[in-house]
Design a binder for this molecule. Sequence first.
Ligand SMILES: Nc1nc2c(c(=O)[nH]1)N[C@H]1C(S)=C(S)[C@@H](COP(=O)(O)O)O[C@H]1N2
Ligand SMILES: [Mo]
Length: 309
Amino acid sequence: MLIRHAPDLKDCDVTDKALYLRRREFLTAGAGSAAGFMLPLGAAQAAGLAYKPGVVKTDEKLTPKEDVTTYNNFYEFGTDKSDPAKNAGTLKPRPWSVVVDGLCDKPKTFGIEDILKTYPLEERIYRLRCVEAWSMVIPWIGFPLRDLLKAVEPQSKARYVAFQTLNDPKQMPGQRSGVLDWPYREGLHINEANNNLAILAVGLYGDVLPNQNGAPIRLVVPWKYGFKSIKSIVRISLVEKMPKTTWNMMAQDEYGFYANVNPKVDHPRWSQAKERRIGEFNRRPTLMFNGYGEQVASMYAGMDLRRFY
Ligand SMILES: Nc1nc2c(c(=O)[nH]1)N[C@H]1C(S)=C(S)[C@@H](COP(=O)(O)O)O[C@H]1N2
Ligand SMILES: [Mo]
């Protein structure tokens, strides 16, 4: 199915307020939760990460770091879930830069060290729900994507944001195979990109990102299926038209552009009603928008999510 006339999404400036008002799930900083950062802050600072711990918390049990870093998808290092941890040692996350360009008044190339210095980093504990029906709870360190976008002064014509992963078969051996059309590409509607929950992550579990989790900088969009959260980003472009995305080009009836977590819209080959939380035996029901509806649902009001899946 071709998505010809994508509807414009509703602006959602209530998100910040909703986020902080939602006491039941999110406790504000300092409330003292068992889920915290694992390294003393000093060690993290030494690694270039001066961050505010636990800005957005949850009382859900964290997925052990061992699982977060050894069971995942990063096809640039192989298609098996154990491949990224085995093979990502060839990725060189320093030096690194990210080009931010397209429909903006001040396009700029950001060095990773500058990014770490410029944007206040915070720990945010988010669920990651993979399209293959497994999920994790991960303490990310990052900052809102919209802060970086603001810096290049987007033009009003910019309606989408396109992302690209590094394309270098020497560092990313999986790119020597034709399993996907490289470089890995993803995209968001501009309103989604400006939502407070969408972050660029530079660390997890109190430390810099391990290579296999998308070092040195990757997207985390917690209300969408995991494939939207593109890793090892080198380019972010403001564009007018809905950009092509890797999985959508591969199988457009299986992986839509929006890819909002939705228990009621099944993947053509399996149900999305339940998920397996890594480390748990019984499957749990999947939550609409991965449980972040209060912060994001209004963007999609009136949109047929069966059609725009
Ligand atoms: N460049 C790139 N980004 C990617 C992928 C990939 O293969 N290549 N896999 C995606 C998928 S399917 C998931 S579920 C998440 C997993 O993120 P994690 O490794 O941090 O758990 O990364 C996403 N980002
Ligand atoms: Mo995934």
